[in-house]
Write a protein that binds this ligand. Structure first.
Ligand SMILES: Cc1ncc(COP(=O)(O)O)c(C=O)c1O
Length: 393
């Protein structure tokens, strides 16, 4: 993505948000990242960022609080803000009439899976993948079918086709839950790859649900392609939200977008589902998408810097760890198998190094011996975390 010239951090002077907060301030936070472990642990696990709120978001929330504007959400403000953002950044304009407000991305995924599959039907996923995909699909009484990523951490088309065949073996409906961009590897799928997905999905009668929560977080060198915008993707659904890119997970709101051929299906989502989104969430997410472009560009520059720093730190302190720099997301997927720490190196790094990472095995097949590290922190904290990991060996 090339930022518009007047959006660039250099012109506006927007500071890197990852360098703004001291560890002492972060430790005063009460969210999961900072409260799940004792004070001596450096947390680089759950996908929360060590950033202050973007100014436009803080202003919108402050104004809503000042007005006591804390009721139920109404209207299409969020969908309109997403449409304008998606057009600016990805040359794709999802119509508000093809968009439904949902409480968050995971609950939106469950609602969409309910539209196109029934209890016991298969949902194909690409492990290693975001662990709640397993939990939510199981909780919705659907069955996981795995199509692991290839050794290059990209989609493996023979594996995907075999999984589609297995998913449809009894002639029942099936869905494919695509992670675009992919968590935990940071793989950004290309248009050519997504068109190949679309052609396979059509051939096998599988409906595609694309989780695009990390879409605004694609880093220099790669480009996000919205799945419903690709040739053959017209019958798909995409789930989008400002929550990852602007750190708004505590302000619940997300959007389900239907491709043109899926609009009638999406219209079957009961209106009440949208009541699960918080009005303050809608206010915050809309402000982020509408006015948070400069802040996002400054963040992306900071994450880009951190992904380079991580590569240097690993080369210096943990040369046996294998890793491909993420193309998107602020997550790094580290292959620690050569360290001989067993299936769950994160347990060792936590116990001996006092640094919290995500355990690989929860990400499904291919997760053993790996950890996921959250890069959305200051270079100082990142440096100290890798030093601690090395000292744990
Ligand atoms: C791929 C992916 N989907 C969904 C979520 C969660 O989104 P939400 O909190 O909106 O359910 C995350 C959070 O990190 C994620 O990485």
């Amino acid at each position: 993505m090339t930022p518009r010239r007047h959006d660039t951090p250099a012109r506006t002077g927007t500071a890197n948000p990852l360098r703004r907060l001291a560890l002492g301030d972060l430790r005063r936070r009460t969210s999961m990242k900072w409260r799940a472990h004792p004070e001596d642990v450096l947390p680089l696990w759950v996908a929360e960022m060590d950033v202050p709120l973007a100014d436009p978001v803080a202003r919108a929330l402050t104004e809503a609080v000042r007005l006591g504007d804390t009721g139920y959400p109404a209207g299409t403000e969020y969908a309109d803000a997403l449409a304008a953002f998606a057009e600016r950044r990805w040359n794709w304009r999802p119509g508000a009439e093809h968009t439904a407000l949902v409480p968050d991305v995971m609950l939106g995924i469950v609602e969409v899976l309910r539209l196109v599959t029934g209890p016991g039907d298969a949902v194909v996923v690409n492990p290693p993948v975001y662990p709640p995909f397993y939990a939510f699909v199981g909780h919705a009484d659907r069955r996981i079918v795995e199509a692991p990523l290839g050794a290059d951490l990209r989609l493996d088309f023979p594996a995907l086709e075999a999984a589609f065949v297995r998913a449809r073996a009894e002639g029942r409906p099936a869905a494919y839950l695509l992670c675009n961009p992919h968590n935990p590897t940071g793989t950004v799928h290309t248009r050519a790859e997504l068109e190949r997905v679309a052609s396979l999905a059509r051939e096998h009668g599988v409906r595609v649900v694309s989780d695009e929560i990390h879409a605004p977080l694609v880093l220099p060198g790669a480009r996000h392609v919205p799945y419903p915008s690709v040739r053959g993707g017209e019958s798909a659904f995409a789930l989008l939200s400002a929550s990852k890119a602007w750190n708004l997970a505590g302000l619940k709101a997300a959007l389900a977008v239907a491709g043109p051929e899926a609009a009638e299906d999406l219209a079957r989502v009961p209106e009440e589902v949208g009541h699960g989104a918080s009005h303050l969430g809608v206010v915050a997410h809309s402000a982020a998408l509408r006015d948070g472009g400069d802040w996002l560009d400054a963040l992306l520059a900071g994450v880009d810097e951190n992904r380079r720093l991580l590569a240097e730190l690993l080369a210096r302190h943990l040369p046996e760890v294998r890793h491909r720099a993420p193309q998107g997301t602020y997550l790094a997927w580290l292959d620690c198998r050569a360290l001989g720490l067993g299936d769950d190196p994160a347990a060792v790094f936590l116990e001996r190094g006092r640094v919290a990472l995500n355990s690989g095995p929860g990400f499904g097949t291919g997760g053993a011996g790996h950890v996921r590290l959250n890069l959305a922190t200051s270079p100082e904290i990142l440096t100290e975390a890798v030093r601690r990991m090395a000292a744990a060996l």
